[in-house]
Design a protein around this ligand. Sequence first.
Ligand SMILES: NC(=O)c1ccc[n+]([C@@H]2O[C@H](COP(=O)([O-])OP(=O)(O)OC[C@H]3O[C@@H](n4cnc5c(N)ncnc54)[C@H](OP(=O)(O)O)[C@@H]3O)[C@@H](O)[C@H]2O)c1
Length: 287
Amino acid sequence: MTAKLISGNEIAKQIREELAQEVTQLKEKYGVVPGLVTILVGQNAASVSYVTAKQKTSKELGFYSIQDNQPETLSEEDLLKLIDGYNKDPKIHGILIETKILYTIDPKKDVDGFHPVNVGKLMIGEANYLPCTPAGIQQLLIRSGVKTDGAEVVVVGRSNIVGKPIANILLQKQKGANATVTICHTGTKDMSFHTRRADILIVAAGKPKAVTADMVKEGAVVIDVGVNRIGMTPEGKAKLCGDVDFEGVKEKVSLITPVPGGVGPMTITMLMLNTVKAAKLAAGVKS
Ligand SMILES: NC(=O)c1ccc[n+]([C@@H]2O[C@H](COP(=O)([O-])OP(=O)(O)OC[C@H]3O[C@@H](n4cnc5c(N)ncnc54)[C@H](OP(=O)(O)O)[C@@H]3O)[C@@H](O)[C@H]2O)c1
């Protein structure tokens, strides 16, 4: 068996087209424009490029979009004032920030879904905003026709941004979920015992080839979240690979995400979806 690819590029494009239509309707019918601000303190190169990509996408979708770059020297007091201003600004529906100050943003504007209030809501099945990468994984499964109901899902990795939330999302008694979920990590004894049982295997370990062909079940669905830099292309671009030995595993499973072009494109797309949702919640617009 050779696996079909789950294309994150295509599914992300589909969702972005749906969102662009929704944004147009929100403007025309309700005069609402989703607003997103990204606050960047200091100049971390990786953060700058990620923030730029988020800004570009939000503008393409017709959002009101602000990139607020602040110097490394900004005092905590001034940062708190800045956040308070955005918390109160009715034109802003989503606030992104990469520091522990995260806890001071209004959970209603936490479109990353990382605020403890939103983490708790996810846990009890009442989430407004699902964290973006796990939400993207769920959409890849749903839109590829993968049945999660009753499936054995094994997640490799227990980070707060991928492993734990995707396990929680798929565990809920809800549509596109209702799975039996196992989480593996570096303390797991005999990881293969678990991964070989998986109908759906989600790997977020941050280690190239953490999962090889002998560790997967014939016909399984494999979602590879990993992004590992393994050198440079002759054109000077970073060469990427996932956490799964793609060449070996694709011969055994039914569906697999490539790296790049699998989970990656979904993350920013789901951030845009959360921001549209925040704008609708703020305006009292029902979906
Ligand atoms: N595509 C995207 O949009 C996107 C978004 C986020 C992350 N990522 C990528 O996804 C990967 C994971 O990210 P993360 O933030 O979740 O990573 P992380 O915080 O480093 O967590 C990795 C997890 O994997 C577990 N682990 C590591 N090696 C393992 C092994 N050999 N066997 C079993 N478990 C193992 C660790 O276990 P312990 O807890 O025991 O240490 C930890 O729980 C990274 O490559 C990252 O770049 C991609």
